[in-house]
Design a protein around this ligand. Structure first.
Ligand code: A2P
Length: 279
């Protein structure tokens, strides 16, 4: 039987749209896995689903949404498009293609997936998103993996994304970006919030905090992110862990615990650099 968890609280994007603070990441699910997992997640209480053209699972995500018993209006769908669509007309074509694959008639949040500065057309891509917002095909718009210099190019034109989704967790603090986001009223989205299930989940500092609260390290990390006002989209295909990841709003980390998790940042030579990596 499906375990039911209270839906996550929402926060308000700069244009007034409400977005759940905790959602399901879907990379690297294929269509079949996404259909089953998204339906289960929605039935469990998830209301935010994060996908991308590049994940090649938007059809499965759409199938899962239709299979679930949850009304479309109560679901928040984020997707993202690739570099080949970086133009005003391209963004429209990318949006229409995602809508077709998802089987939806609007997207809640559409993101430029990577800036791809070598191509130098992310500003045009974002201008395309503004048109889509005006046309009502998307409810909110943003960027992903944009670094300060990329955001600045948008700011120079008076453009401010509603959200910038970046790799962010206790080992990757991204303080420079978070400060800019706060100053500009941009919501911070955290991808790979659990470090892809790596050593962070057995970190002794995080484990000690988890033990104090009778929670898991994953729950403490997700609580730490959401308590700062970030949106987190952990991926799990396992019903027990999916439930665990959503069930993080019934405890509070103290100021000292929040600060402690903020001391764990470390260099990561394998981290993707948006100035050289992108698709
Ligand atoms: P699984 O799908 O088997 O649960 P991220 O979102 O940071 O990329 O992390 C996703 C990875 O972490 C997946 O391998 C996922 O595996 C695993 N994972 C997700 N939730 C938890 C959890 N609560 N505890 C341990 N591992 C988890």
């Amino acid at each position: 039987m499906t375990q039911r968890i209270n839906p996550a609280p929402t926060l308000t994007l700069a244009n007034g749209v409400e977005m759940p603070q905790l959602g399901l990441g879907t990379w690297p699910m294929n269509d079949a896995e996404a259909a089953v997992t998204v339906a289960a997640a929605l039935d469990m209480g998830y209301r935010l689903i994060d996908t991308a053209e590049n994940y090649e699972n938007e059809r499965g995500v759409g199938e899962g949404i239709r299979q679930s018993g949850v009304a479309r209006a109560d679901i928040f769908v984020t997707t993202k498009f690739n570099r080949k669509w970086h133009s005003v007309d391209g963004a429209r074509a990318a949006c229409e293609a995602s809508l077709e694959r998802l089987g939806l008639d609007y997207i809640d949040l559409l993101l430029v997936h990577w800036p791809n500065p070598d191509q130098g057309r992310y500003v045009e891509a974002y201008q395309g998103l503004v048109r889509l917002l005006e046309a009502g095909l998307v409810k909110s718009i943003g960027t992903s993996n944009f670094k300060p210099a990329h955001l600045q190019k948008l700011f120079d034109l008076g453009l401010v994304p509603h959200l910038n989704q970046i790799q962010l967790d206790p080992y990757h603090l991204r303080d420079d970006l978070v400060a800019i986001h706060r100053e500009k009223g941009i919501v911070t989205g955290a991808w790979r919030p659990l470090g892809c299930g790596n050593a962070m989940l057995t970190d002794p500092v995080i484990a000690a905090v988890a033990e104090r609260h009778g929670r898991t390290t994953a729950q403490v990390i997700l609580r730490w992110l959401t308590q700062q006002g970030f949106v987190a989209t952990p991926k799990s295909s396992n019903p027990t862990r999916m439930a665990q990841n959503l069930d993080i709003f019934g405890f509070t980390l103290s100021a000292d615990e929040m600060a402690l998790l903020g001391t764990l940042d470390r260099p990561d030579p394998e981290m993707f650099d948006a100035d050289s990596f992108g698709h």
